[in-house]
Design a protein around this ligand. Structure first.
Ligand SMILES: Cc1ncc(COP(=O)(O)O)c(C=O)c1O
Length: 411
């Protein structure tokens, strides 16, 4: 039985609706999670309360807003295991933006002609396309580490690639958004660091499912996105070692990131402001901290227990169905948050459309992971994903809706 009481669903009003005359079953948290009332309330309390622009005002509400914003930064840094003396949390628009800042500003000086940027075949386009562009600009090479038969990252190949290429950069995800594979990011960071690489960990998909602790992961940069972990859209971050950021040139230029401006040139503000040009998404930062407080109250052991139960049930039921190919590690301990699959003879989009008619929302397509689709030799998959608000009844409804696919296609 789940450690979560069904009343938890009352915290997520968007679940309380009918779709196509059926109770709504939301199984697309990996794309973006639902939002608890407490998070929305925190944003609304701020915007209808002490709202003012931050950092420059000398009046009461501007000072109060600055305090709320900077306190939220501290809370988030602590939530993600950062140390305020040694590490810095820079707000970005999302995880994609954070990878771009890292590629084109923080890591850029360390990539030289002929160097290698090491990636894995399971990366989301957000942690792949920026590196392709950087490699082109710098005349560097890309190398990809592949999968084992069980759809885990081939660690031996990763270690070998680190030793052979001595990559300037190694960038890899914490959790695959398609396979659900949990990567041993700490060991991978160690292997890459031993060869002098700069390491980026893309923890976008981990936010609501695993405790991301920057100090344990030991990357140079870890990137996060709020909307996949009960927070609002439009806000993400990178956490990086202070000394690395001190040496880096800013990514964008304008207000707030300067110390002094003269006719011909300017000097830069201190960290973190150097990397945060312009007015930041203040209310979104406040909302993200409230989302993390919600997750903290639930606690990681309970979240793990809850999701393990749901994913194991869904996996076992899918395994029993005729013609179903499942992707991702077989052992539930090596996977998290999502299950991708295909039904023989039915395009993923048709499965998604029929499930929608039954009120069940899943994601279909390449999931922004076209290199992985090539590796799996499929054009698309169906992906179901769970969150803290998912129930075993949702899995029952998902199973019944899948039976409709078999009926329609006479399988
Ligand atoms: C593993 C992974 N990385 C990065 C991203 C990009 O996140 P965002 O769209 O919030 O920038 C996603 C989004 O699906 C993801 O799953």
């Amino acid at each position: 039985m789940s450690p979560f009481n069904r009343s938890l669903r009352q915290d997520f009003p968007s679940l309380q609706k009918m779709v196509h005359g059926k109770p709504y079953v939301f199984l697309d948290s990996a794309a973006s999670s639902l939002k608890p009332t407490s998070m929305v309330q925190a944003m609304s309390d701020f915007m209808l309360g002490p709202y003012a622009n931050i950092h420059r005002g000398v009046y009461h509400d501007s000072l109060k807003s600055t305090e709320l914003f900077e306190n939220a930064r501290e809370e988030l840094l602590s939530f993600f295991g950062g140390n305020s003396q040694e590490d810095v949390l820079i707000f970005t628009r999302n995880a994609t933006d954070a990878v771009n800042v890292t590629a084109f500003s923080i890591f850029e000086p360390y990539v030289k002609e002929g160097d290698t940027i090491l990636l894995t075949v399971m990366e989301h386009h957000a942690n792949l396309v920026p590196w392709q562009v950087l490699a082109k600009r710098k005349k560097a090479k890309l190398a990809y580490v592949s999968l084992t038969d069980d759809h885990q990252l081939d660690l031996q190949e990763f270690e070998k690639a680190c030793k052979t290429h001595k990559p300037a950069v190694a960038a890899f995800s914490f959790i695959s958004n398609v396979l659900g594979t949990i990567n041993p990011v700490q060991s991978m960071a160690k292997m890459a660091h031993q060869q002098g690489s700069k390491v980026l960990v893309d923890a976008a998909q981990a936010g609501m499912h695993e405790s991301v602790q920057f100090n344990l992961v030991d990357s140079d940069v870890t990137v996060m996105t709020a909307h996949k972990m009960l927070g609002p859209t439009g806000i993400g971050c990178l956490i990086a070692k202070r000394n690395l950021l001190e040496k880096a040139e800013p990514y964008q230029f304008g207000g707030d990131m300067i110390a002094k401006v003269d006719y011909e040139s300017s000097t830069w503000n201190t960290l973190p402001n150097k990397f945060e040009a312009g007015t930041p998404p203040i209310a979104e930062v406040v909302g993200w901290a409230a989302a993390c407080a919600y997750l903290e109250e639930l606690g990681w052991p309970a979240i793990h227990e809850h999701e393990h139960l749901l994913l194991s049930a869904a996996y076992e039921r899918l395994k029993q169905m005729k013609g179903v190919t499942l992707y991702g590690p077989k052992d539930p301990n090596n996977r998290s948050s999502v299950i991708s699959f295909n039904i023989k003879g039915v395009h993923a989009h048709d499965v998604g459309t029929i499930l929608d008619q039954e009120g069940v929302a899943v994601r279909v397509g390449h999931h922004c992971a076209q290199i992985l689709m090539k590796t799996l030799k499929v054009p698309a998959t169906v992906r179901m994903s769970v969150g803290v608000y998912t129930t075993i009844e949702d899995i029952d409804a998902f199973e019944s809706a899948l039976k409709k696919v078999y009926e329609v296609f006479r399988l």
